[in-house]
Design a protein around this ligand. Structure first.
Ligand code: IDP
Length: 164
């Protein structure tokens, strides 16, 4: 299996609902390692670049307001950004995150447990999770400077053994 990296964002609704602890606990079931973490007040440029594949969608402006926390105001206008690394990380984390539409997501997934659809029709789905390895690489470059990411980590197995 490939060792992959991916970007996870706890979106503003996740922070506002005090779900960060629950979300990180669920993600930790994957036994992936966090190699980057920070809180980010998302600029319009960053939001547009992150969601460039959706720029023609009718909900694009609402989506930008959502990821920037504009619809919640201070102090909820920020996200927590993480880089995770591990074996087959993208598909395993996507499974824990759940489907994009929270109403269709598995009810034990993060999005199925905590997401909803806003009155403006945006899927308020609590976290972002990179969709494939090449998209993950693009997103990590967008959100993190190289020096913000831990370079050398122990093999995951060794970390787990040391913890136990
Ligand atoms: P993903 O977040 O599961 O990778 P994307 O298609 O990249 O899915 O969509 C980015 C975000 O845009 C979603 O997480 C969700 O918040 C919102 N979104 C996507 N599709 C729709 C839609 O059809 N209606 C409303 N919001 C949507």
């Amino acid at each position: 299996m490939e060792i992959e990296q991916l970007l996870i964002l706890v979106k503003p609704d996740g922070i506002k609902k005090s779900l960060t602890g629950n979300i990180l606990t669920k993600l930790s079931e994957s036994r992936m390692v966090i190699i980057g973490a920070k809180i980010v007040k998302v600029s319009r440029d960053l939001a547009e670049a992150h969601y460039c594949h959706l720029k023609d969608k009718l909900f694009f402006n609402e989506l930008l307001d959502y990821i920037r926390g504009k619809i919640y105001g201070e102090p909820w206008d920020r996200v927590l950004a993480f880089v995770y690394q591990g074996e087959d990380a993208v598909s395993r984390m996507r499974k824990i995150a759940g489907a994009t539409n929270p109403e269709e997501a598995d009810h034990v997934s993060i999005r199925g447990s905590y997401g909803r659809i806003t009155t403006k029709g945006v899927y308020e789905n609590v976290i972002h999770c990179s969709s494939d390895p090449s998209e993950a690489a693009r997103e990590i470059k967008l959100w993190f400077k190289p020096e913000e990411i831990v370079k050398e980590i122990y093999p995951v197995k060794k970390i787990v053994v040391e913890k136990e």
